[in-house]
Unconditional design. Structure first.
Length: 341
């Protein structure tokens, strides 16, 4: 495995077809997650170096006792498992449907057969769903009151929603609905709306730096958490002389979006022409690396297109056939089903 990317796109992203930006965003989100599987949530950098003989190289198998123990190289974290659920739901419906996604979500994560990690957003969402269905067995659950959680759960699976609705005037309302399924939290909603605005700019061919600037400007017009999000991006853009490791330590390695989102923005900008370098640098910065890598992968994939992601890395994903099938179905549903190059 090497860290080189296909340089078939210009840094401006101007030569990339829309359909390949869509493909790149989905695949980038999932590849970023898989790269960090075995090193995820290790906070002590000395421990990272000790475990991985100096440096994380990506796609490590989780050790016994790790959060993702039992998974193998090429599989996804719990974030990625949720992202596959979202991809399938949006691909089959051609749009985001909270009840359809929510039903699929609880079927997977609420099953005794699921052996992956359950984060706070998932556990509390399952609790709310179980309480409602026990009290109202004849009524459908609306999936609008997920956990009070401001971490990156929705960020790691939002791409298909934005692809299906990026030209809709209702995009930000749809994103809010997609967020509140598992994260009924205003801060999480604001960060997810910003994530969607960044993706929309990148799908339209905007330069990476300008996409972050425009999204931050839009969020700054909003009261409440929107101004926090705008300031987080501003700080990330003002910190580009710092290494990814140092910036991640400064913003915080932990899950809350106030830390993970600006750290991801910083890494994406530091490695704007190098998908592999970005994923590996954030992996080696420790903490909630899988969530950051999913965000970074989505942005760089949307900017450079599918050609910007190492083909050998895409092939390493255990769910690659499922992903390819659902991505192409999604593109067909939204009217962007051009043949892959």
């Amino acid at each position: 495995m090497n860290g080189r990317t296909d340089r078939g796109t210009k840094e401006s992203g101007g030569t990339v077809r829309l359909v390949d930006r869509f493909r790149g965003a989905v695949w980038g989100q999932l590849v970023g997650d898989a790269v960090c599987l075995g090193s995820h949530w290790i906070y002590e950098l000395e421990e990272l170096e000790r475990r991985f003989q100096g440096r994380v190289l990506g796609f490590e198998t989780p050790a016994d006792g790790h959060y993702h123990a039992g998974k193998r190289s090429g599989e996804l974290t719990h974030y990625g498992d949720g992202a596959l659920v979202m991809l399938r739901s949006v691909a089959e419906n051609g749009r985001f449907d909270p009840r359809d996604f929510g039903r699929r979500f609880v079927e997977l994560f609420g099953s005794d057969a699921y052996r992956g990690y359950l984060d706070h957003a998932t556990r509390e969402t399952l609790d709310h769903w179980r309480a409602f269905t026990a009290a109202h067995p004849a009524e459908p659950y609306g999936f609008r009151d997920g956990a009070d959680d401001d971490q990156p759960a929705t960020a790691t699976r939002l791409v298909p929603v934005v692809i299906a609705h990026w030209r809709d005037a209702s995009l930000l309302r749809v994103v809010e609905s997609a967020t509140r399924v598992c994260q009924n939290n205003d801060r999480a909603v604001a960060y997810m709306q910003c994530h969607a605005l960044i993706l929309r700019e990148l799908f339209g061919g905007t330069d990476l730096h300008e996409a972050f600037h425009r999204a931050a400007t839009a969020m700054a017009r909003e009261s409440g958490p929107g101004t926090e999000v705008a300031e987080a991006i501003r700080k990330a853009c003002a910190s580009l002389t710092m290494t990814v490791r140092d910036a991640t330590l400064a913003f915080g390695q932990s899950c809350p979006l106030a830390s993970s989102f600006p750290a991801a923005v910083h890494c994406a900008l530091r490695h704007s022409v190098d998908f592999a370098g970005a994923a590996l640098d954030t992996a080696n910065a420790g903490g909630d690396s899988a969530a950051r890598a999913a965000l970074i992968g989505a942005w760089l994939g949307a900017f450079h297109g599918i050609a910007g992601i190492p083909a050998a890395w895409r092939e390493r994903l255990a769910a690659r056939d499922e992903i390819e099938r659902d991505v192409e179905e999604l593109l067909r549903r939204v009217g962007a089903g051009e043949p892959a190059r």
